[in-house]
Write a protein that binds this ligand. Structure first.
Ligand code: UDP
Length: 424
């Protein structure tokens, strides 16, 4: 609790590619962007002065966006002001470090604590620590060691990423895992050393769940008797949208189902290519007439889609946390998710939804049939999901746990640091 006139503690949240001020749902803008923005705003409401640092990826973007009195996004120049896929960004990180240092000098600020997001930001944090006293907390959002198990082509940067993730785990003041499953992965696949706390991701429990299914359907022009199956998220192969499409096509109720696949894409970019592929599969299984692609869903309508749906599918091959699952649950909508990562933590099978093996079209189809054919049970799952989110996953609750952790870390005496051994 902070009192009037008392100096507010200042914190840097560093999210090199996940711009907290950008539109969500487009290429590479997803959960990390939402997390940093929501945590930043909630921390500011709780008395912190929050500066969120990211890389400027478009010359038209303002360098500073003020979200509220004590919360802003600061875009640093590191490399060309254009979109660069994250696997090609690492060479620009030394420039990001220098831009951060310049910003501190020009603004007479020296951050005492930074919470970094994604492995490249952890590298930035570790570099900064070589030159200033800085408590470092880190959230991975995605672990290379897990991700590379589930993709066919390993990028060139993999070796550097894996090495950075290990050094970070072993030397940061705290690692914030977003689920016990993510913590277990760190321990089994990365290192036994280092300090890990588990604090989950959150969601906006005022926005999601604010509208009834009937009202949402009226606003979206969906009939009261239609059976709506929803996917929301990026068009990325690891999201398993193909499984959603094939599961609906195998459902016994396929003729009654409207499948809605929400999320933005850019023609020619990797997400545009995945969207084309998914549209191809929709045609192949004959679901064109009953499948909708409403594009990027935003502030004005995303909560309506969640509320209107009978069931939300999260068929990811791998998911460190999966915000979409708790957004749907907050909206009283049961979730059928892959039995992987953070989804095993958020979704309680048979209580708030169902878990199915990833890529298992038949298991997802069976889950869809079970939920859609029993509306009363569907509603019970929805109520239980809402209750679970209220109890465990509100942004206010998450930010206050993080705030307590920042305070605790700031009070700890510095221990002798091992220096980061990874160079750009
Ligand atoms: N999202 C959105 N509009 C869209 C698609 C996605 O706002 O059209 C948001 C979604 O609500 C969620 C985030 O993007 O908050 C995706 O987060 P998640 O953790 O599910 O997946 P990630 O993108 O991090 O892999």
């Amino acid at each position: 609790m902070f009192f009037l006139g008392q100096k507010q503690p200042r914190i840097a949240l560093i999210s090199e590619h996940g711009d907290p001020a950008i539109e969500i749902g487009k290429e590479e803008a997803g959960g990390q962007n939402v997390y940093v923005r929501q945590v930043g705003e909630a921390l500011a409401c709780q008395g912190w002065q929050v500066d969120m640092f990211t890389r400027q990826s478009d010359a038209e973007q303002p360098a500073i966006v003020q979200h509220s009195r004590h919360c802003r996004t600061i875009r640093l120049t590191a490399g060309p002001k254009t979109f660069i896929p994250r696997d090609e960004l690492f060479p620009y990180m030394p420039e990001f470090v220098r831009a951060f240092q310049r910003f501190q000098i020009e603004n007479g600020i020296q951050y005492k604590v930074a919470h970094t997001h994604y492995w490249m930001s952890s590298w930035v944090g570790m570099e900064l620590r070589k030159h200033q006293s800085l408590k470092l907390l880190h959230t991975y959002h995605s672990l290379g060691a897990v991700k590379y198990q589930s993709i066919a082509t390993i990028p060139m940067i993999a070796k550097t990423r894996l090495a950075t993730e290990k050094v970070c785990l072993e030397t940061a003041d705290r690692i914030v895992a977003t689920s016990p499953q993510e913590r277990d992965h760190m321990r089994s696949l990365v290192s036994h050393h280092g300090n890990i706390d588990v604090i989950p991701c959150g969601t906006d429990i005022r926005r999601y769940g604010s509208v009834s299914q009937a009202k949402a359907r009226q606003q979206l022009g969906i009939g009261p008797d239609e059976k709506v199956v929803l996917y929301v998220g990026r068009f990325d192969r690891r999201k398993g949208i193909e499984t959603a499409v094939r599961a609906v096509s195998q459902s016994k109720l396929r003729d009654q189902i409207k499948l809605i696949i929400g999320g933005g894409s850019r023609p020619g970019q990797s997400d545009g290519i995945e969207r084309d592929r998914i549209e191809g599969i929709v045609s192949e299984v004959g679901l064109q007439a009953t499948t909708q692609f409403p594009g990027r869903l935003g502030n004005e309508n995303l909560h309506l889609y969640y509320a209107a749906a009978d069931v939300c599918l999260v068929p990811s091959h791998y998911e460190p946390f999966g915000l979409v699952a708790i957004e749907a649950m907050a909206s009283h909508t049961p979730v059928i998710a892959s039995d992987v990562g953070g989804l095993q933590y958020t979704v309680i099978p048979e209580v708030t939804g169902l878990l199915a093996p990833p890529k298992d079209d038949a298991a997802f189809a069976k889950g869809i049939d079970r939920i859609l054919s029993n509306p009363e049970w569907r509603n019970q799952l929805g109520q239980a999901g809402r209750k679970r989110v209220e109890e465990k996953f509100s942004w206010d609750g998450v930010a206050s746990q993080l705030g307590d952790l920042y305070n605790q870390v700031m009070e700890e005496q510095p221990v002798k640091k091992r220096s980061a051994a990874v160079s750009a």
